[in-house]
Design a protein. Structure first.
Length: 89
């Protein structure tokens, strides 16, 4: 099939909602995302937390803010996410 006949799908970016735990770095946040997932063996709902390094160009978010982040291209050694919006202060 040639490129013209093949339909290209837009890339869907992953999105997460979390709480800002650090804003000490310039243009970078540390956001903690807590996922509620069933335990593989016991099926009880458990919390799994993960920290993401997030690019914040305008330094909008502060510690304690609830934010939405989206996946992006690698911006540094650790940063692969960028700030989409601040949900609450």
């Amino acid at each position: 099939m040639s490129e013209s006949t093949q339909e290209t799908k837009p890339h869907i970016r992953k999105s997460r909602v979390g709480v800002v735990v650090s804003d000490k770095m310039s243009k970078t946040l540390v956001v903690e995302h807590i996922a509620r997932v069933p335990h593989p063996k016991f099926n009880k709902i458990v919390k799994r937390s993960k920290k993401y390094y997030v690019h914040d160009e305008k330094s909008e978010a502060k510690i304690g803010d609830r934010v939405r982040i989206v996946e992006t291209r690698p911006l540094s050694k650790l940063k692969r996410w960028e700030l989409a919006e601040v949900l609450s202060h």
